[in-house]
Write a protein that binds this ligand. Structure first.
Ligand SMILES: [Zn+2]
Length: 274
């Protein structure tokens, strides 16, 4: 996950007005205890804008969406319902109301791959199968502060990283082999790092394999650059390859940055990398 700047004026055309209408209808439906409908977010213009903003990558795991899947338009704060894990070990999860008033709000929308977003049984980092995927989970630092309306949001502190709000680099650390760990902040594991790895499945086995494959490409570019420098040649095109791998719309950029820092630290300034 990398930090992504969401410009204030990037709201898709017509989305704000459609959102106002939908919120009004849903407020009435909620009062009448009828089913709410969410459709305003699911348009081509919203998807196109999200694709552009996140470089056609999953906002969470940075897997490329183009070619294999279009990705899910993901509500950072779940729109329909929130599942809260029981505070008692082994207890049943609790279902709470979702953030219906944010269903058609531009800052609440991300784009995500199915594996990060949908609850599915997948092999985790230890190859044991677990249900992984954000689904309707939205854990908070303090559950008692969960917002039930727009005004409550200012007191709510999410435990999941939002790439348009947080800097994921402060909370997640990549090891050389592509494993991911929570960063240590003031001597403690970052709670946002811990929760994001767990709920988004950022250490799931398939993702580890993809990052291992990606490592070979990055390390090959780094080796070629070193070889050229050793022989006194201009690293030219090899350096261009690496610079391209570091551009924000490429896959697994957070990991590429970590590899470059780990393997090229004496040359970062000279080569103007990272
Ligand atoms: Zn993903």
């Amino acid at each position: 996950m990398i930090k992504v700047d969401r410009p204030k004026d990037s709201t898709p055309k017509g989305f704000a007005a459609a959102g106002v209408k939908e919120r009004r209808r849903n407020r009435i439906a909620k009062i009448a205890n009828e089913k709410m409908k969410f459709a305003a977010y699911s348009t081509k213009s919203v998807r196109d804008k999200l694709d552009k903003l996140f470089g056609r990558k999953c906002a969470f795991c940075e897997s490329i969406l183009a070619g294999t899947q279009s990705g899910d338009i993901e509500h950072f704060r779940p729109k329909g319902a929130v599942i809260v894990e029981s505070a008692v070990p082994g207890g049943d999860p609790i279902k709470k109301d979702g953030y219906y008033w944010l269903a058609a709000k531009w800052p609440n929308l991300l784009i995500s791959c199915a594996d990060c977003n949908r609850p599915r049984t997948q092999p985790d980092y230890d190859n044991r199968k677990r249900v992984i995927g954000k689904a309707n989970y939205f854990p908070l630092v303090d559950e008692s502060q969960r917002a039930t309306g727009p005004r409550g949001l200012r007191n709510e502190e999410p435990l999941l990283l939002n790439p348009c709000v947080d800097d994921p680099a402060e909370h997640l650390v990549f090891l050389d082999d592509g494993r991911i760990e929570p960063a240590i902040i003031d001597g403690e594991l970052s709670p946002k790092g811990v929760a994001s790895i767990r709920y988004l499945g950022l250490a799931r086995a398939e993702l580890l394999q993809m990052r291992a494959r990606h490592r070979r490409i990055v390390m090959s570019a780094i080796r070629h650059i070193f070889a050229a420098m050793k022989e006194g040649r201009d690293p030219g095109t090899d350096l261009e390859d690496l610079v391209k791998l570091l551009s924000p719309d490429e896959a697994y950029v957070a990991y590429t940055r970590a590899l470059v820092r780990q393997h090229m630290s004496p040359y970062l300034e000279e080569l103007r990398l990272v």
